[in-house]
Design a protein around this ligand. Structure first.
Ligand code: NAD
Length: 320
């Protein structure tokens, strides 16, 4: 009787594991568009999609969520978010995932080139900065249309720790974490505020340094507690936030792993920087004044990414 045709954005989540499925859930709750879960495990994306659709009756969202093992179904995607790959186990660094996840990213990029070459791509898979660099090289996408998710997550972690320290609402804290998504990430207390007031007015330099250190190790803290996988609620929420900024053309200022072309004196690598996200993807990388200390920390972070890219080359991957 009814044969309605909906015209909603199409969001493809490649990887229907912990991050991918939770990301689909947040996108549905936020009604950002129709979601397709893609995974190589038969039945997994289909089962999770059915479950999420049924949850939507109670949670009152009106979008479609489907699951598939056929990568041709990514056709017409507006945004593709890649979380396919192995997560860390206790004691592992993100770099330990380089070879296995590199192969997975290469495989997925082949499909994107064939079936959805116009889509905006967000990479989540670790080691993040290196996997997004690999995807950029393989897809030959314009820099605006490919980015990595890490800064939103690392900033959320810092906000949460500051709110806990002060005993106030998390909503009133704004933090900025830049650089690579690793031990050398660069939390920037100068640009961290509580209801618009510098965090330095509320927390001593010494205590702030401890919070910065906990932020850098925020992922490992969760890995060591979970023992069998890594964080996924906050990573999924951060990815949905980026997709929201793109699909709603928000022009939101968010820290993302972006391709540098001379900004902050850095060129040719992906690293976390503040940028404007809108309908065209990364519409601008925003250059803010940095203390000498932060500049040095950012450069160390860039070196970490470059070393990771070199390791990937030594493993035989074609990446520039
Ligand atoms: N960037 C970040 O800040 C951040 C945060 C959290 C997790 N991660 C990373 O995200 C990745 C996923 O984490 P998770 O917790 O969801 O892991 P998970 O094991 O729960 O899920 C990974 C999924 O990927 C699927 N997969 C493997 N190869 C595939 C392929 N070729 N095509 C499609 N799907 C494939 C697996 O079947 C599995 O369902 C990991 O690499 C993790 O380190 C990154």
């Amino acid at each position: 009787m009814f044969n309605s045709k909906f015209s909603r954005p199409k969001i493809v989540s490649v990887g229907a594991g912990n991050v991918g499925a939770t990301f689909a859930q947040y996108c549905a709750e936020m009604e950002l568009g129709d979601v397709l879960l893609l995974d190589i495990v038969e039945g997994l994306p289909q089962g999770k999609a059915l479950d999420l659709m049924q949850a939507g009756v109670v949670r009152e969202y009106s979008v479609s969520i489907k699951g598939s093992n056929d990568f041709a179904d990514m056709k017409d995607a507006d945004v593709i978010v890649i979380s396919a790959g192995f997560p860390r186990k206790p004691g592992m660094s993100r770099l330990d995932l380089l070879e296995k996840n590199g192969k997975i990213i290469a495989n997925i990029c082949d499909y994107i080139k064939r079936f959805a070459p116009e889509a905006i791509v967000i990479v989540i898979t670790n080691p993040l900065d290196i996997m997004v660099q690999l995807a950029f090289h393989l897809l030959n996408h314009p820099p605006a249309k490919i980015m990595g998710m890490a800064g939103c997550l690392d900033s959320a972690r810092m906000c949460s720790f500051i709110a806990e320290e002060l005993g106030i609402s998390q909503k009133q804290v704004n933090a900025m974490v830049l650089g690579s998504h690793g031990d050398l990430m660069v939390p920037v207390p100068e640009y961290t505020t509580v209801a618009g007031i510098s965090v330095k007015e509320f927390i001593s330099a010494e205590r702030l340094e401890q919070i910065v250190d906990r932020t850098r190790k925020g992922g490992a803290e969760i890995v060591s507690l979970l023992k069998t996988g890594s964080a996924y609620y906050a990573p999924a929420a951060s990815s949905a936030r980026m997709v929201q900024a793109i699909l709603k053309d928000e022009k939101a200022l968010l820290p993302c792993a972006v391709y540098t072309q001379g900004e902050y004196g850095i060129s040719g690598v992906f690293v976390g920087l503040p940028c404007i996200l809108g309908a065209k993807g990364v519409e601008k990388i925003v250059e803010i004044p940095f203390s000498d200390e932060n500049k040095i920390a950012l450069m160390k972070s860039v070196e970490e990414v470059k070393q990771g890219i070199q390791s990937l080359k030594e493993l035989g991957f074609a990446v520039s």
